[in-house]
Design a binder for this molecule. Structure first.
Ligand code: MG
Length: 158
């Protein structure tokens, strides 16, 4: 039996922060504001995985009031989620995600992101598909004030 889960996240883009996406640093003049490293793609994927497994959401497992997660690499969230899934005999079949921002161009960084994500999740990069969109200049994402991500996870249980 397969299970699908959906994830979404958005972070403000501000000066003086690194832009972490999919576990890697993307060179840019702004970065994601957040309690952790603000990695919007990792957070959306985490919520998609937890959703597919019926395990709630990222805020339940990694509360942003907890000083333990301050500045944390979001790959840690995926590694912890991987353990929650394997404890319950879930296997990741496939992940698909869209990152939405006006700038920078993300396509050239996708292979590195897929490899970093795959390593943390114990899968191969072939099981991870990434897509980039702009918001056509519309709303906060379109004005470059924020970055968003959508993700879908497919799990099997055995
Ligand atoms: Mg987030």
């Amino acid at each position: 039996m397969n299970y699908a889960g959906i994830g979404y996240d958005l972070h403000r883009l501000v000066e003086g922060r690194k832009l972490m996406i999919g576990g890697i640093e993307v060179p840019f003049d702004k970065g994601s504001e957040g309690h952790s490293d603000g990695d919007v793609l990792c957070h959306a994927l985490c919520d998609a995985l937890l959703g597919a497994a019926g395990l709630g959401d990222i805020g339940t497992h990694f509360p942003d009031a907890d000083p333990k997660w301050k500045g944390a690499s979001s790959l840690i969230f995926l590694e912890h989620t991987r353990k929650l899934l394997s404890d319950r005999k879930f296997r990741i079949v496939h992940l698909d995600a869209i990152v939405v921002c006006e700038r920078p161009k993300l396509g050239p960084h996708f292979q590195k992101m897929r490899e970093a994500l795959a390593k943390s999740l114990g899968i191969t990069s072939l099981e991870i598909n990434l897509k980039a969109k702009t918001n056509e200049g519309v709303d906060a994402v379109g004005r470059g004030e924020a970055i968003a991500a959508h993700a879908v996870a497919t799990l099997s249980q055995h």
